[in-house]
Design a protein around this ligand. Structure first.
Ligand code: DGY
Length: 287
């Protein structure tokens, strides 16, 4: 059996795949995304595909792969880049990597929340540009976490969005991107948040209407935002959100610890191998 791997991945994952002796591997050996034409050519005739969240796996790719393709294993917890209806129609099974990145992503959410509400990037910049002239009682003040309420979208009990926006000092978005959550954090949502509230998104950029977020930040409707995800990714360096001091933007590093990325690569390899052997996968997406 033949598989196509769309990027350089942690060596533990590649070793698991190659040492199993189940398949021959063709790989796009680069840290940069595979060009579309190479993806279409690379996947042709393959039985398995190991892809990333930045690879759009749609009808065109599935057609290019042809009827051999039986397993798609994505090295991600998110699966909004996969055309699930098409995939299901063709009887292709999908593996993904939920759970093992929860801790790393939660840590990053806390780090981003603190960086945003305590204005860390702005403060670091002031040290570098000479803005730090003396200690001033009203300078660089932000919002602390003590005695505050944090509303998390995508965790535990489902609270109506409007109520969550109105009652939280900090809103953290961690939910998956689905047709229901697309654009969910919009003008109406931000207008319900307190003027002192801070908004954090570590899920997917498209959950947020970015024009509405920009207006909310510029007009003072909300205090600040911290984003680990954006639309598009990467966000163009001249994007309006990047001009705002009260918006901290990170390059989608939620799961970026060595251990987590290694574990994700091994799980995605094991999902692929199990699928190729017709066995149950360690983490299969139920379609
Ligand atoms: C995922 O796996 O979907 C995450 O966004 C990566 O950090």
């Amino acid at each position: 059996m033949q598989v196509f791997v769309t990027r350089r991945i942690p060596r533990e994952g590649l070793a698991a795949l190659s040492q199993a002796g189940v398949c021959s591997i063709q790989q796009w050996e680069s840290d940069e995304p595979i060009p579309r034409s190479e993806l279409l050519a690379g996947v042709a005739g393959k039985h398995g595909l190991l892809c990333l969240l930045s690879d759009r796996i749609d009808k065109e790719v599935l057609d290019a792969a042809g009827s051999n393709l039986k397993i798609i294993s994505t090295l991600s917890a998110g699966f909004d880049h996969l055309a699930l209806e098409e995939i299901k129609k063709r009887g292709i099974r999908v593996g993904y990597t939920p759970d093992i990145l929860t801790d790393a992503t939660a840590e990053l959410s806390v780090a981003l929340l603190l960086a945003t509400c305590r204005r860390l990037p702005e403060s670091v910049e002031e040290v570098k540009n000479g803005g730090w002239t003396t200690w001033k009682p009203l300078w660089m003040c932000g919002y602390g976490l003590s005695n505050s309420s944090v509303g998390i979208i995508g965790l535990g009990r489902i609270v109506p969005l409007a109520k969550l926006a109105e009652e939280s000092d900090f809103v953290v978005v961690t939910c998956s991107l689905t047709p229901d959550t697309k654009g969910m954090c919009n003008k109406d949502f931000f207008s319900r948040m307190k003027k002192t509230s801070v908004f954090i998104n570590t899920s997917r950029g498209a959950v947020v209407n970015q024009e509405d977020l920009y207006q909310a930040l510029v007009s003072g409707q909300i205090a600040a935002a911290g984003l680990d995800v954006a639309t598009p990714e990467p966000l163009p360096t001249d994007h309006p959100l990047l001009s705002l001091k009260n918006c901290v933007i990170l390059p989608h590093i939620g799961s970026a610890t060595y251990a987590t990325r290694s574990a994700m690569s091994v799980l995605s390899a094991n999902n692929l191998l199990a699928g190729l052997k017709g066995e149950s996968m360690p983490s299969e997406l139920q379609l």
